[in-house]
Write a protein that binds this ligand. Structure first.
Ligand SMILES: N[C@@H](CCC(=O)N[C@@H](CS)C(=O)NCC(=O)O)C(=O)O
Ligand SMILES: [Fe+2]
Length: 436
């Protein structure tokens, strides 16, 4: 079982088995802290069994049962005192380790040793999403410093996409970025599970939606922009070069009547255009290469780079879709890397390499140091690496389904006279068939 070292005195872990406790003792740990309420899962040993296993192994034991939604300050203090009262290092666990790490981070923020805006990166560096800690802090009036939006990532597992809600804590105004409309290509079913999760979060936190933004017309999933616009009335936006993507795909779908003028969105952003989310200044950077229309939104200290750079262990986005170019992507990435090193970078996809948890937050500095597609690379080498990898990638499962929705701002095709909506598929329009 994996232990994640946090400090000299703390490691966090997923649910251990009672027989692991002797190993903890051998490794020098003195106490086990269990952050789980009883009966969460069937395979959970339970607090009595853990207390007994700890006593048998010569370890202290403490139970601080919490769920991400119901943590109190008393829980945080109880967790802290379990740490300080231990004779030595502590193993703290919950189901995955995230709640244990979150309890620690909350204590650090409340005591002024960690800044609220650093919690996300702290979580990522230990392999966990600590979005619930940001939510807790916001609910308890602990705000990040001016210019640091609260960023909540919603991971959509089916396509490995991250959807964001970016909020100005002062005004509670937010932007939604790259929301996903659920689509099951096997059955043809469409649903709003992900978008409704986002709406629930926004309602619970008392936020107001100011913008519904897409970074580009996605090739792997449907955009929920139109659905969310209908639900909230907030304006939709995308980069102005979406018109070039519309022109390209209107040919592929043979849709002569499609207005290729971007009129499907409320606003088309230009390169360098500025706007605001609440009081936080935001700026658009044109970032083509993955698509002709891709843009990066820089909102305060947070850059939403979508399909340019992935997490530092995951390289970069592909550049072989119609209108894509590895050379152009390289240039776009250089512009992103020219942002200050401490800029938080939020990526649009994570494919959980090596089975790790999904992660999406890094910094410009980390990307320059650790991303193998960027560190010590020349443009020529990058283009070679990118194009070689692209030759090995099959087209996304839903590219032909998704583009016809996404070049219409996330609108489904109009129903036919029987009330049924249909998709249209060009045959032999794309290269990149994966026959083997
Ligand atoms: N298996 C995924 C692949 C999706 C895919 O191609 N993702 C794009 C972004 S839209 C990418 O850049 N992938 C790079 C990679 O997989 O290395 C699917 O079918 O949806
Ligand atoms: Fe994409």
């Amino acid at each position: 079982m994996d232990l994640v070292r946090v400090t000299d005195r703390l490691a966090v872990a997923e649910q251990p088995k009672p027989e692991n406790f002797a190993d903890f003792f051998k490794a020098g740990f003195k106490t086990v802290v269990n952050a789980r309420p009883e009966g969460e899962t069937e395979d959970q040993p339970g607090s009595d069994a853990e207390a007994k296993a700890a006593a048998d192994a010569g370890l202290g034991y403490s139970n601080v049962p919490v769920t991400t939604d119901s943590i109190t300050e008393a829980d945080v203090r109880k967790f802290q005192s379990a740490l300080t009262q231990s004779d030595g290092p502590v193993v703290a666990h919950c189901k995955t380790g995230a709640r244990a790490l979150g309890l620690y981070a909350l204590g650090e923020v409340l005591d002024g040793r960690m800044k609220p805006e650093d919690v996300g990166l702290f979580g990522t560096r230990h392999g966990f999403d600590l979005g619930f800690v940001d939510t807790w802090l916001n609910r308890h009036g602990v705000k990040p410093a001016a210019g640091h939006p609260i960023v909540k990532g919603f991971y959509e597992k089916r396509t490995g996409s991250i959807q964001y809600v970016v909020t100005d804590p002062e005004t509670k105004k937010c932007a939604i970025i790259d929301p996903v409309l659920d689509f099951d290509d096997k059955s043809g079913a469409v649903a709003t599970i992900e978008a409704d999760k986002i709406l629930d979060y926004i309602a619970k936190e008392g936020f107001t939606v100011e913008w519904i933004l897409d970074t580009h017309p996605h090739a792997d999933h449907f955009s929920a922009a139109h659905y969310l616009h209908e639900k909230t009335g907030a304006p939709t936006g995308i980069g102005e070069h979406v018109i070039d993507v519309q022109k390209l795909w209107k040919g592929i779908y043979n849709w002569p009547d499609l207005p290729a003028d971007g009129s499907q969105w409320d606003h088309l952003f230009k390169d360098g255009e500025t706007f605001k989310v609440g009081n936080i200044p935001a700026k658009v950077m044109f970032s083509p290469g993955h698509t002709l229309a891709s843009i990066t939104y820089v909102i305060g200290d947070a850059a939403f780079v979508h399909d340019t750079i992935f997490m530092p262990d995951s390289g970069t986005a592909r550049a072989d879709f119609p209108g894509g170019s590895a050379k152009v992507l390289w240039k776009s990435i250089q512009d992103i890397l020219a942002l200050p090193d401490e800029t938080r970078v939020f990526t649009g996809h994570d494919y959980e390499p090596g089975g790790r948890n999904a992660l999406w937050e890094s910094t410009v500095g980390e990307q320059k140091q650790k991303n193998p597609h960027l560190h010590n690379m020349t443009e020529e080498e990058f283009v070679k690496v990118r194009e070689a990898r692209d030759r090995s990638l099959p087209m996304p499962n839903k590219i032909l389904h998704a583009l016809q929705i996404n070049i219409r701002g996330g609108r489904l095709p109009e129903p036919e006279d029987n009330g049924q909506r249909y998709l249209k598929f060009p045959l032999n329009a794309l290269e990149g068939a994966a026959w083997d």
